[in-house]
Design a protein. Structure first.
Length: 260
């Protein structure tokens, strides 16, 4: 199978070094329009996109998101926010709580399920924007570390209740001499199952990780005895991941269905 959309999808890699040419207003408008065109649960558009215009704010975000300087150098930076604030406000302004009581319906503030649905919406929009950008020769990179330092990010972006900054994207033009580095993926047999989940055998795990295991270094600084230990020390068990866990736990406190 071959077509121009598949070409764009297969050519995309994350871009972290950007050309000096700015993303134009026209390009930005197309990126935003494509994001908005993404599917959205109940057509509710349970998200907001905050375009970071202010350079100082970009710099602060690059620090708060695990010190990644390239964020501050991106021409366009957008924070994707899972957002039930607007709908909840709208319900309250239109006497939905009293109506719900009269009608024997319970009325609850947004809760975990609402958050997950809003995240689905926000990420569908985000990924549409990535592909739209790529189709115009603009590379991008997700910043998952926006999940860290919730309290400061909440203040910096003035996020109200029932919002959750789920991802950030940096966009910028490719440098003329940029060479794409394609990172390998697990073989599809390890991620595509039919009808039910399939537990992988020890032999399959060995095969699944065999490519990645080539980057295990016995002389690694963590004293790790194999690739899994090395990866855990560098990522899952590292301090930035611990900070992410703490930060998300704080952010989740507002999403328990009880009105504060
Ligand atoms: C949810 C998510 C969070 C990510 N966070 C970061 C990040 O904070 N910094 C970064 O440099 N890359 C980040 N990435 C990019 C991944 O590292 C990248 O997609 C992965 O290594 C595969 O490489 P590729 O996109 O070039 O194929 C993130 C990607 C996703 C989907």
């Amino acid at each position: 199978m071959k077509n121009s959309v598949l070409d764009v999808l297969y050519q995309r890699t994350s871009l972290r070094v950007y050309d000096d040419r700015p993303v134009t207003k026209e390009e930005e408008d197309a990126i935003i329009k494509s994001a908005i065109q993404a599917p959205t649960a109940g057509n509710q558009m349970l998200y907001s996109m905050i375009i970071i215009r202010d350079q100082k704010r970009k710099e602060r975000l690059s620090e708060l998101c695990d010190h990644q300087p390239f964020i501050a150098k991106a021409s366009l930076v957008i924070v994707f926010v899972a957002d039930h604030h607007k709908w909840f406000d709208y319900y309250e302004k239109n006497d939905v709580p009293a109506f719900a009581k009269r009608s024997g319906l319970s009325f609850e503030a947004p809760q975990e399920s609402d958050l997950l649905l809003a995240i689905e919406d926000a990420m569908a929009a985000a990924q549409n924007s990535v592909i739209a950008a790529e189709s115009m020769g603009i590379g991008s990179c997700y910043i998952g570390d926006i999940l860290e330092n919730f309290e400061e990010i909440q203040k910096l972006l003035q996020l109200p209740s029932y919002t959750f900054p789920i991802s950030m994207l940096c966009y910028g033009h490719y440098k003329k001499d940029h060479t794409r580095k394609f990172r390998t993926r697990f073989d599809k047999k390890f991620v595509v199952f039919e009808d039910t989940y399939r537990q992988l055998s020890d032999e399959e795990y060995a095969e699944m990780f065999q490519d990645q295991e080539t980057i295990y270094r016995p002389e690694n600084p963590y004293g790790a005895k194999n690739y899994a230990q090395q990866f855990y020390a560098r990522k899952t068990g590292a301090s930035f991941c611990k900070e992410m866990a703490r930060s998300v736990r704080v952010a989740l406190k507002g999403w328990d269905g009880r009105k504060k």
